[in-house]
Design a protein around this ligand. Structure first.
Ligand code: PHE
Length: 366
């Protein structure tokens, strides 16, 4: 009998003293496990007289039940405090700054194409494309530069081996062949016959044998073409003045239209924008100097006829400019070759956020 009350007080004391779930389980095993104290006493019941067994067995069961419920209560308490401790130690500080992540950026050429697209998009132009590898007819002949004409030497052309049928092919020297490709499209011819107006820009790669700080063998141009029955030189002028002022984000940017020659336009004009030089640094805007940025003119009647349209009915204007060049001017990038070096440090410096889409109302540049 003393045995039993000693076991009881020791067991209850050990349960309260158990500091964690592992210690509590050790207590349980020591009392109720196969070799536990209470289990050991259970085994002695068999050697007792029926009366003894009845009395002692009842007390033993009562003790076992009590210890079990104390164990259970302690287990629940320990679990709660373990959870509280975890919650306290694993608290998330939502005010901490986020971990920096490497963010990619857009190449200035893509940015400039998007800016040009946003401006001409507002004027009702759509974006057209054509192949980089072009046949001699679209690159030259259709554009009023016949074979053996000296104007072919104006452009330092990369010639490719001719096609199997003998067609001479080149890396396109300008985006102008897409003028011809677009005018020749049956849907475009129908739209024009129905009284519509064709307005496209053609951003893309172009190629010439040329290499120095301001020329690379591969570069980018954007062509513009408007064809309908009434578009005249005044529209050309207004369109390009609006474009240049919007692109360079200078409202009073002066433009100069200088008579020039292109085989595929007549009359032709090169366009200069105002600038000034101070301590070797270029500033775009009203100044005492001029920078040439594009070629333009009224589409030559021969080109319109070569593209299956009646030059007595249809007329319009075209222009072409270097994307890399206007990008260098706008963003102060000194060497054209660095555009194509794939140097990540350069791109981190001159690159643009991929999350900001250029728009006239939202601000074009950064
Ligand atoms: N294709 C010309 C060039 O590359 C530019 C141009 C396009 C000029 C359209 C007039 C009209 O030099």
């Amino acid at each position: 009998m003393t045995d039993l009350s000693t076991i009881r007080s020791e067991a209850l004391g050990a349960v309260q003293a158990a500091a964690d779930l592992a210690a509590l389980d050790a207590v349980r095993v020591g009392v109720l496990g196969k070799k536990g104290h209470v289990t050991g006493l259970m085994k002695t019941l068999g050697g007792m007289s029926p009366d003894e067994r009845k009395a002692f067995g009842a007390r033993l069961n009562e003790l076992k039940g009590e210890i079990e419920s104390v164990l259970e209560a302690r287990r629940a308490a320990l679990e709660t405090s373990a959870l509280d401790a975890r919650l306290a130690s694993e608290r998330v500080d939502v005010s901490l700054p986020t971990r920096p992540e490497g963010q990619g950026s857009l190449h200035p050429i893509g940015q400039v194409m998007d800016e040009v697209g946003a401006i001409f998009g507002e004027m009702g132009f759509t974006w057209a494309e054509g192949p980089d590898i072009e046949d001699d007819w679209h690159n030259f002949t259709a554009l009023n530069i016949p074979p053996d004409h000296p104007a072919r030497q104006m452009q330092d052309t990369f010639y490719l081996p001719p096609r199997a049928d003998g067609t001479p092919i080149v890396l396109r020297t300008h985006t102008s062949p897409v003028q011809a490709r677009t005018m020749l499209r049956p849907d475009v011819q129908k739209m024009l016959a129905d009284g519509g107006s064709l307005r496209i820009i053609v951003p893309g790669r172009t190629f010439r044998i040329d290499s120095d700080a301001t020329h690379t063998p591969m570069f980018h141009q954007v062509e513009g073409l408007v064809i309908d029955r009434t578009t005249h030189m005044g529209h050309l002028k207004g369109c390009l003045v609006d474009f240049c002022r919007a692109f360079f984000e200078i409202d009073d940017l002066p433009l100069r239209f200088r008579p020039s020659y292109f085989p595929f336009t007549e009359p032709s004009a090169e366009v200069d924008i105002g600038c000034s030089w101070k301590d070797g640094e270029l500033r775009i805007g009203a100044g005492d100097s001029w920078l040439e940025i594009l070629g333009s003119g009224m589409v030559h009647p021969n080109v319109i006829a070569n593209c299956g349209l009646d030059p007595a009915v249809y007329q319009g204007f075209a222009f072409g400019m270097g994307i890399d060049r206007i990008g260098m001017l706008k963003y102060g990038i000194p060497d054209l070759r660095s555009f194509f070096d794939s140097d990540l440090r350069w791109l981190r410096h001159y690159g643009f956020s991929a999350l900001e889409w250029p728009s006239l109302t939202g601000g074009l540049g950064r």
